[in-house]
Design a protein around this ligand. Structure first.
Ligand SMILES: *[C@@H]1O[C@H](CO)[C@@H](O)[C@H](O)[C@H]1NC(C)=O
Ligand SMILES: *[C@@H]1O[C@H](CO)[C@@H](O)[C@H](O)[C@H]1NC(C)=O
Ligand SMILES: *[C@@H]1O[C@H](CO)[C@@H](O)[C@H](O)[C@H]1NC(C)=O
Length: 483
């Protein structure tokens, strides 16, 4: 029996994301072969969701691979982890050199680096592609972040760019870089998403607790914000959430338990920030803010024991609402500046050639953090691909300086009234640290030298010296303590 190679691409894993990507590819004229380990799923899919389309199915891995045109493109949407390795081993005997395996799941980037090297060593090509936008995005246009074997890109580009979200006609999908770069950038995207969400929650909390506004009133404010520089998917859904009423006519949001869950991609970003030594403080605070929310029982107990300020807001309400929007905007600039600092450092360590303007464009549409703001970031990196820091771009320099007074007023007000703003205030601390030529690390170096003889450099010499601070003790010159 000879099976005809009819399909442009094959997809393994018919959960909702996989099904929707298959249907999306079909919409754009590609012939897709679908496979699922539970073969009955394939038949069910063909007889239902895929009815009347050009989609074909396969009942075995051998049949699946035989139906693919060369070079074969095998895309997997299976659970991250060992399932990806298992399927790679299953398809390999049916592939030939130059064929391409694509992992469209939520893999952790070190796995993608490993898999790229492994498959390239066997003559195959591998693509680790971050896909964002949820089920709806997968069906009608996700943000796609492919990286891996660069030679694979020309083969998958027409399909990926066709099915990706478009902004002003440009696809939110471009080649990210080598080995694990695609999944790395997807990870940072998720970390930034944590930050964006937490900052919005802080803005809501400040407006609620400082001005005593209702969910409806804050919803109105968000409606306005969504028409300006903060225009974004997350502001838009927040507006709708705040206005949503429960069956009794009360805002549903106020009935939801304030304990946040998380799946771990925010943590991965922060771990990578610590590993590379980049101060990605805002995302770190966003992850910890969720953690603090999660220990609700402890917080309830603490609320009965620990007091705080009892003052009331006494300024101009309208001005303050404007200030909060600017505090949100400025904090967001810091978060993205930190995210790009992290990616730059990771690129250096992993020898990736990242396309920063392309990354901003990939995030511009289709995904959760999509916003007008990302269009400005794309413009900045298009103008200057070598930009050291987003804050050095004239647009963002002017934007953050213009917002700074408002930002300081909001953070000081929150501090005075005892309202926690971990992201907004740590972003401001980062900004003030970053723009200061002199930080108190001179004292820190002295402390390290005092107790551990770690030595220090002076402002006028690169030589490492040790001072006998105490006039006591013996011949302490080694670094006994590693503090
Ligand atoms: C098969 O399909 C089910 C959903 O119908 C999905 O949960 C599962 O991940 C798929 N698995 C594979 C490996 O094809
Ligand atoms: C705290 O955050 C980490 C990292 O994301 C997560 O694994 C853990 O489950 C969280 N714990 C609580 C109590 O929320
Ligand atoms: C520090 O100074 C004291 C007093 O002059 C001296 O006894 C000691 O040896 C010195 N220690 C070192 C490490 O130079």
């Amino acid at each position: 029996m000879s099976v005809q190679a009819v399909a442009d691409i094959g997809l393994i894993g018919l959960a909702v994301m996989g099904q929707n990507l298959v249907l999306n590819m079909d919409d754009h004229g590609f012939v897709v072969c679908a496979y699922n380990r539970t073969v009955s799923k394939v038949d069910h899919f063909l007889a239902n969701e895929a009815k009347g389309t050009k989609i074909v199915g396969a009942h075995s891995i051998a049949e699946f691979c035989a139906k693919l045109k060369r070079p074969r493109k095998v895309m997997m949407l299976v659970k991250a982890g060992s399932a990806v390795d298992d399927f790679i081993e299953q398809v390999l005997p049916h592939l030939e050199a130059g064929d391409i395996i694509i992992d469209g799941g939520n893999s952790h980037y070190p796995d993608t680096i490993r898999r790229t090297k492994y498959l390239e060593s066997k003559g195959f090509l591998f693509v680790g592609c971050g896909v964002s936008g949820g089920e709806e995005g997968a069906r009608y246009g996700p943000s796609m972040m492919p990286g891996g074997s660069t030679a694979a890109w020309p083969h998958v580009k027409p399909i990926f760019q066709a099915i990706a979200a478009k902004v002003d006609g440009e696809p939110c999908c471009d080649w990210v870089g080598e080995t694990g770069a695609g999944h790395y950038v997807k990870m940072v995207h998720n970390g930034i998403e944590y930050g964006d969400m937490q900052m919005i929650c802080e803005a809501y909390d400040i407006l609620k607790k400082t001005l005593g506004l209702t969910a409806d009133e804050i919803g109105e404010i968000f409606t306005e914000w969504n028409q300006g520089e903060l225009d974004s998917y997350l502001i838009e859904i927040t507006r709708d959430i705040l206005k949503f009423k429960d069956t009794d006519g009360k805002p549903l949001v106020e009935k939801i338990k304030d304990t946040a869950g998380q799946k771990g991609t925010g943590k991965w970003t922060v771990v990578s920030a610590l590993d590379t030594g980049m101060p990605v403080t805002l995302i770190g605070e966003a992850v910890f803010a969720r953690n603090l929310s999660a220990i609700k029982n402890e917080r309830v107990a603490a609320s009965k024991i620990l007091g705080g300020p009892s003052g009331k807001f006494q300024g101009d309400k309208k001005q303050f609402i404007h200030d909060v929007s600017k505090a949100l905007y400025a904090s967001k600039i810091i978060s993205y500046a930190q995210g790009f600092m992290l990616m730059r450092e990771a690129a250096k360590e992993n020898d990736w050639h990242l396309n920063n303007a392309g990354i901003a464009l990939m995030w511009r549409g289709g995904c959760i953090i999509r916003s007008v703001f990302l269009g400005d970031i794309k413009t900045a990196y298009t103008k200057n691909p070598e930009l050291t820091n987003l804050l050095f771009d004239p647009f963002f320099k002017a934007a953050i300086e213009g917002a700074a007074d408002s930002w300081r007023r909001v953070v000081s007000q929150a501090v005075l009234l005892g309202i926690p703003t971990p992201c907004m205030s740590s972003a401001l601390a980062f900004f003030d640290g970053y723009r200061n030529a002199v930080l108190p690390a001179n004292l820190l170096q002295a402390q390290r030298d005092y107790f551990g003889a770690h030595t220090y450099q002076t402002l006028t010499s690169d030589e490492w010296v040790h001072t006998n601070w105490t006039g006591r003790g013996g011949n302490v010159a080694s670094t006994t303590y590693l503090a």
